[in-house]
Design a protein around this ligand. Structure first.
Ligand code: NAG
Ligand code: NAG
Ligand code: NAG
Ligand code: NAG
Ligand code: NAG
Ligand code: NAG
Ligand code: NAG
Ligand code: NAG
Ligand code: NAG
Length: 600
């Protein structure tokens, strides 16, 4: 292995508790520690017995970061010794999904609309400002495709799902591992069979989902995301989401497996995805009460679906004739027909509707006051913190999708013209990133299998993700809500992503991405101040990147040099390389890599 352990102690003010940070210093750019198929064990070094404060044999300089619960103060100052490390118990810190904090907000939340499931960021001074440590016995994650079926137990040390969902074949314990047999509440017999059945239902048994035009899916209440995992062989990209509740950690499992997912809930606000982005919205016992509140959540599904997109509903009201289920079913039928959806199939516990692109029908139902048509100007706003609207859009841009995904990646999405991005600019961007991505791989010098979960933190029109598409990884394209809204263009290219505001932490667990790409992200946030200073964003990057993960930063010289100075304090290794920018000018690009360290 390309490194040694560094031990050091740091006594906390007066107390005799000695703690040690163990640094597994993977040699930067050394392929060696990644070079084999089996996951790397980082066992506790045998020499770490005592609270000895003497640095071990081979280590380079000491890392002096203190372990200390530290809050974000009004002015950010980083200790000489480096950014403090949060105590071990904060190893799953997700700032905007703190169940205890939400408890305090309950009186002001609309519980009948499940507002408590949504993001709630605490005020700045209640945010931590320390590095989130990995849990005890954390190991470098098992790599895709093995990770589809197995992940390290100690990385997601939560037994609840195995206990309550074991019988439904979600996840089982197997020694040091979690095993995912590919089941779900509604597909005990495995996702592949269920997916085939959905294909049969949408094509009258002649084809699969892809031939029914499904390329981008939104999976509501995704569980451990087995549905998404088994759609991949068809070339279908799925955005999976589920709320964070007290003990289930569904999204943590999904991301640990290497499957595209984020924490989210459909309750009172629009989902952070653009209109008309998905060919299918899927709910299999997703625990969403679609029929409540005049079907406002169904209207959100209607917003997200493309014309001729499917809503797949596998839940008791679709097949059970007892209790309240028939009433719920009737309500769903009324709501869907008011929106001019057509029920195309209902069998074996699943109902499928298609959102027909029928303007005449919508206008008629609006006249009958069965629905309200949305104001046009609403439609073009980035859906970030936008309250749900109880209305239905009339879609104006009925563009044909190009026939194949490769065509989609490189053909100019017409929605970009409205955003002021010309076809020439698009082509330039596409070619530029293709070239850059080749260089990135060379400079990272790791096996392609080491990079699975990728985020482009400022994705613009998705050029980076398009160039990455031929590798066995997925990219979460983030378009800052304060930028021009180009996310619909990204979806039109067949890629996926979400809106986000980097003045707040992202809705994901710690240690969930292998690579973060930040193209002029810091410059953009320079003017926004509180909560999104360079240090705040670096801290958030450190939270969500996995140990040994890469952070590639391109920005103005002044910013690049500040990041370079600060990186060691975040326990990042940093290398600078000169690359060309889009206009062939030389630009410094930082390749940072988070060290693998742990509290002992
Ligand atoms: C990359 O890793 C895979 C699987 O771990 C292995 O089969 C392959 O030989 C590796 N490739 C290189 C270039 O090291
Ligand atoms: C670690 O501690 C155990 C018992 O506490 C002892 O037997 C062993 O020799 C120690 N190892 C080292 C490397 O100090
Ligand atoms: C969660 O919120 C509670 C109440 O505001 C707070 O005491 C606690 O420190 C928070 N936990 C984390 C991990 O931020
Ligand atoms: C919750 O939302 C519903 C539907 O918008 C509304 O009728 C109700 O008054 C709200 N309740 C509270 C407590 O705000
Ligand atoms: C996993 O959690 C259990 C109970 O919460 C705890 O006893 C155990 O030490 C944890 N294991 C690891 C490796 O953290
Ligand atoms: C789907 O249809 C094919 C025949 O077209 C059939 O062989 C297959 O068993 C069906 N799958 C399911 C899950 O019903
Ligand atoms: C499936 O068959 C039914 C009846 O034969 C027909 O009404 C329907 O349009 C067909 N659907 C598709 C997707 O071909
Ligand atoms: C569905 O609509 C019909 C006709 O408008 C109405 O009679 C019925 O009460 C509605 N059902 C429910 C459950 O709302
Ligand atoms: C947003 O678009 C306008 C023109 O459509 C352009 O002038 C402006 O620079 C863009 N803003 C950003 C942040 O790219």
């Amino acid at each position: 292995m390309g490194g040694g352990y560094v031990l050091f102690g740091s006594a906390r003010s007066g107390q005799m508790i000695m703690v040690a940070l163990v640094l597994m210093v993977g040699s930067f750019y050394a392929g060696s520690i990644f070079g084999n198929n089996s996951p790397i064990y980082i066992s506790q070094p045998s020499s770490s017995n005592s609270s000895s404060s003497s640095p071990s044999q081979s280590g380079p300089s000491n890392f002096a970061n203190k372990i200390e619960l530290t809050y974000r103060r009004t002015s950010v100052s980083i200790p000489e010794s480096g950014v403090n490390v949060c105590p071990l118990k904060f190893n799953e810190y997700i700032p905007c999904h703190n169940v205890t904090y939400v408890q305090q907000l309950l009186p002001s939340l609309n519980l009948s609309r499940r507002e408590e499931l949504e993001r709630h960021c605490p005020p700045l001074e209640q945010r931590l400002f320390c590095l989130v440590p990995p849990p005890k016995d954390y190991k470098i994650p098992i790599r895709w495709p093995t990770s589809r079926d197995y992940v390290w137990r100690s990385n997601v040390n939560h037994t609840h799902l195995a206990e309550v969902k074991g019988g439904q074949n979600w996840v089982h314990e197997q020694g040091q591992l979690w095993w995912f047999p590919g089941g779900g509440t509604h597909f005990k017999h495995g996702a592949p069979e269920y997916i085939q059945r959905l294909g049969n239902m949408t094509t009258n048994e002649t084809g699969d989902l892809l031939s029914a035009g499904v390329e981008q899916v939104l999976d509501v209440g995704c569980g451990v995301a087995s549905f998404a995992a088994y759609l991949l062989p068809l070339g279908i990209k799925t955005m999976s989401f589920a709320p964070k509740d007290g003990h289930e950690n569904q999204i943590q499992f999904a991301l640990e497996r290497g499957i595209r997912a984020m924490i989210s809930a459909i309750a009172t606000k629009q989902m952070p995805y653009p209109a008309a982005s998905f060919d299918m919205v899927h709910c299999s016992r997703c625990r969403v009460d679609w029929h409540e509140n005049d079907g406002v959540l169904m209207k959100e599904v209607n917003r997200l679906l493309r014309p001729n997109g499917y809503f797949v509903y596998s839940a008791p009201p679709a097949y059970r004739k007892d209790k309240d289920f028939p009433v719920i079913w009737d309500k769903l039928v009324n709501l869907t027909s008011a929106m001019c959806w057509k029920l195309i199939s209902r069998k074996v516990q699943t109902a499928i509707w298609v959102k027909e692109d029928d303007e005449a029908c919508l206008r008629k139902n609006a006249e009958l006051e069965l629905i309200t048509i949305c104001d046009v100007e609403d439609v073009s706003k980035a859906s970030w913190k936008v309250p749900l609207r109880d209305c239905v859009d009339i879609s104006e841009n009925r563009q044909q999708k190009p026939s194949s995904l490769t065509d989609r990646l490189s053909s100019y999405p017409t929605s970009l013209r409205e955003k002021g991005i010309s076809e020439d600019e698009f082509t330039l961007d596409t070619n530029f990133w293709r070239e850059q991505v080749n260089q990135y791989w060379e400079l990272m010098n790791v096996n392609k299998t080491e990079v699975r979960n990728v985020m482009d933190t400022n994705a613009f029109i998705g050029g980076f993700a398009a160039a990455m598409n031929s590798y066995p990884l997925w990219v979460m394209n983030v378009v800052p809500a304060t930028m021009n809204d180009t996310l619909s263009g990204i979806y039109q290219r067949g890629l996926t992503g979400a809106y986000h505001d980097w003045c707040e932490p992202f809705s994901t667990y710690p240690r969930t991405y292998d690579l973060l790409h930040a193209d002029h992200l810091f410059t953009h946030y320079k003017i926004y101040g509180e909560g999104c200073l360079l240090e705040d964003i670096m801290l958030e990057m450190d939270r969500i990147i996995r140990p040994q993960g890469f952070i590639i930063i391109r920005d103005e010289e002044s910013i690049v040099s500040r990041v370079r100075d600060l990186a060691p304090k975040f326990l990042w290794e940093v290398e600078a390389h000169e690359l060309q920018d889009k206009y062939k000018k030389t630009e410094t690009v930082l390749f940072c890599r988070k060290k693998f360290w742990a509290i002992l």
